[in-house]
Ligand binder design. Sequence first.
Ligand code: B12
Length: 336
Amino acid sequence: MPEPAPAAATHEHPDTAEPWLTVAAAARRLGVAPSTLRTWDRRYGIGPNEHTPGRHRRYSAADLARLELMQRALVRGVAPADAARWALAAGASAPTPAPAPAPPRTQAPTRTPAPPPAAAGGRAGGGALRLAGAGAAARGLARAALALDGPAVSGLLAESLAADGIELTWDDLVRPVLAAIADRWAHTGAGAEVEHLVSECVLAVFGAHRRAAPPAAGARPVLLAAMPGELHTLPIVALAVALAHRGVAHRYLGANLPADALIAAVRRTAPAAVVLWAQVGDTADAAVLAQLPPARPLARAFAAGPGWEAATLPPRAERLGSLPQAMAAIAGTVPA
Ligand code: B12
């Protein structure tokens, strides 16, 4: 997700002298990426009422108030399309920035995230999250996570998936926040509850997004599993979401898959590729890769994750080190 442009650009409406903001300035005011505002406008029809003669978007105070209503609904877990519909309806009945009505809820009531503190990621229960260089959206996610506000975390993840897609959501939003949570834990021993909450929200929201993709065709799926003993699964869940939205047939077999179950699944599905995740060295057992039964044509075998770094792989296995690299390698195996 790109950072908002640095220069604030305010103009005056030629007739009313009301201040008008460019998309970059409006995005900065709202703490989202400019691309998010453009997507909301294009996809959900919630944008500025006016454009300049050159067709540039120009946001008035009323436009911003409507977008703030949408954000409030999103952090409560409302789906983006419903949040936009509600904000447009609420904004139409209150054309000037008025006291905001309560957004609709799809989940148990929760408070909206606390206003941004000065520290990059917020502070709660023994230390801030260090998010140097991360975007506003990641800082917002960190604040919601530290507040243990699950609905807000889920709402922000869902909004990012809808606006920016899985690769940006994973690389620019989720990974920086997970790294900051792990860093805080390493320095203070605190925050396992935050790590668990974020992990569960990611699994739930990514899972729903994966299931929302149209069914994929393809006789030979890609099998995705975490190695025996391996409980870390988030990166292969992100990969499964990306495959689903690229129309690639796949089977996601989850955490800690026993080796004999993996072999049975390979026999039954004759996959085009098998991706085995090892987060830590202890679970990166190259013998499991070597035991994969031969299929015709041979399935490609991928050793994914940092756990495999020190392992000697069997000759047919290839390493995967990032989500984009995994997508490129698999696309070369299984055309969508
Ligand atoms: C979330 C998390 C958990 C969750 C996992 C939930 C889930 N369903 O996945 C839970 C709470 C279950 C958990 C448990 C444990 N965890 Co943990 N966990 C993490 C955390 C915060 C994120 C893991 C993750 O998803 N990483 C992936 C991304 C976010 O990491 P990244 O560095 O940005 O990405 C790198 C690669 O993974 C790759 N990459 C990124 N995305 C993708 C996508 C694809 C497709 C590919 C191919 C590559 C790729 O690119 C990067 C460069 O290498 C990490 C810290 C961290 N930042 O990794 C600790 C971490 C991995 N856990 C750790 C530990 C110690 C544990 C526990 C032993 C804790 C305990 N005492 O119980 C258990 C072990 C459980 C087990 N047997 O497997 C240590 C591992 C240390 C080590 N190297 O041995 C870490 C590093 C934390 C730390 N600093 O100590 N954990």
